[in-house]
Design a protein around this ligand. Structure first.
Ligand code: G6P
Length: 369
């Protein structure tokens, strides 16, 4: 097992550190940022239908559902197609309205999650086109889909998903860019810019990972918290949800993720000088608003940990601790801002002495409903 972990203490840490490579592998042969071309051959046959879809429904569970939420923001922004994101377990039992021509995107690392599998079978019977975004080649969801794209992240052993998530984001971003380009819903300049931004992600993830030791120090500082709040807006809202999920899964600290503005409608009541509040606050079109939410937390003495973009001079004055991201377009930034969420959860779990690769009560793949 020590050899399989490649010198890392845990699979989870190994998989976190593999991400520059796994994202690169996911983009390789598909994204040509120089000529502005995206090839997703597993979707060619349905390209027309996807482009003209009246709406897209994304189905997934757990971390994969969070990837779906990010994709909702990206697809609506770039492609101008309405998107709904559903928990597969809810969708399958509520007699959903599906029209012929609706496109379903099922996202699953394992390709075996029972609820997701049954949900797509139901939708298929009603005439939807199913795209599978799956990591495990030949898995049930991959086989049941009409078309799709593999995430190529390699085997993920740690129960808490890390590298599969960023690979899902990479694939979903390529899909959105391809649709948008073909539809003409973004201009060529923006398309070329975003292709380049996406191609630069593996290198930027490597840069973020150089802060692992600093995040380990933060983990020591915050490990005895009993609760934590994770806040973000826009593209980073799902990353706040994912950050809270990672912390719960690995460190057993109760954590809630919330859209930063919505915290005024409840979670703000929990803020005291002992509550860590993680802000995913990278420089994007929501940034000013997020900063004012940060002020609101600081005014109530919350302990603010802020994930910010290099060059941001305002956030550090409001935060107790900062983690700095390289600049990136907001469309691709979630692949960066999620890395400190993974590392923080990992190091807190380890500091508390837990088995982070096999957290209690959790299964890698939930094949029963
Ligand atoms: C389990 C795993 C999670 C995963 C979820 C969905 O809960 O512990 O890490 O996100 O299932 O799994 P899937 O394989 O469908 O992505």
């Amino acid at each position: 097992a020590a050899i399989e972990k490649g010198g890392y203490d845990h699979f989870m840490l190994k998989e976190i550190f593999e991400q520059p490579q796994t994202i690169y592998d996911c983009l390789r042969g598909r994204l040509d940022a120089v000529h502005g071309n995206i090839i997703l051959s597993g979707m060619n046959q349905y390209a027309e239908q996807i482009m003209n879809a009246p709406r897209i429904i994304i189905l997934a569970c757990g971390t994969s559902w969070h990837a779906g939420l990010v994709a909702e923001y990206i697809i609506e922004e770039l492609c101008r197609i309405p998107v709904e994101v559903e928990y597969a377990s809810e969708f399958r039992y509520r007699n959903p309205v599906i029209h012929k021509g609706d496109v379903i995107i099922a996202i699953s690392q394992s390709g075996e999650t029972a609820d997701t599998l049954v949900a797509i079978e139901t939708a298929k019977e009603q005439g939807a086109i199913i795209l599978g975004i799956v990591n495990v080649v030949g898995s049930s969801i991959a086989r049941k889909s009409h078309a799709g794209a593999y995430t190529h992240a390699g085997p993920e052993i740690g129960v808490a998903s890390t590298k599969a998530f960023t690979a899902q984001l990479a694939v979903l971003t390529m899909i959105a860019l391809k649709i948008a380009h073909e539809k003409g819903s973004i201009n060529n300049e923006r398309f070329m810019h975003l292709c380049k931004e996406l191609a630069d992600i593996p290198e930027k993830v490597a840069l973020v990972l150089t802060q692992a030791e600093a995040i380990k120090v933060l983990a020591e500082k915050y490990k005895d918290a009993t609760d934590a709040l994770y806040l973000g807006r826009g593209y980073n809202f799902p990353i706040a949800l994912e950050g809270a999920l990672k912390l719960k899964e690995i460190s057993y600290i109760h954590a809630e993720g919330y859209p930063a503005a919505e915290m005024k409608h409840g979670p703000i009541a929990l803020v005291t000088d002992t509550l860590p509040v993680v802000f995913v606050a990278t420089k994007d079109s929501y940034h000013e608003k997020v900063v004012s939410n940060m002020q609101e937390i600081k005014a109530r003495k919350g302990r603010v940990i802020a994930v910010i973009t290099e060059g941001d001079t305002i956030s550090p004055t409001l935060a107790d601790d900062v983690i700095i991201m390289p600049p990136a377009d907001e469309i691709v930034a979630p692949m960066l801002s999620t890395i400190p969420m993974q590392l923080l959860a990992y190091y807190i779990g380890v500091a508390k002495g837990y088995d982070v690769d096999k957290p209690r009560n959790l299964a890698k793949s939930v094949t029963v409903e």
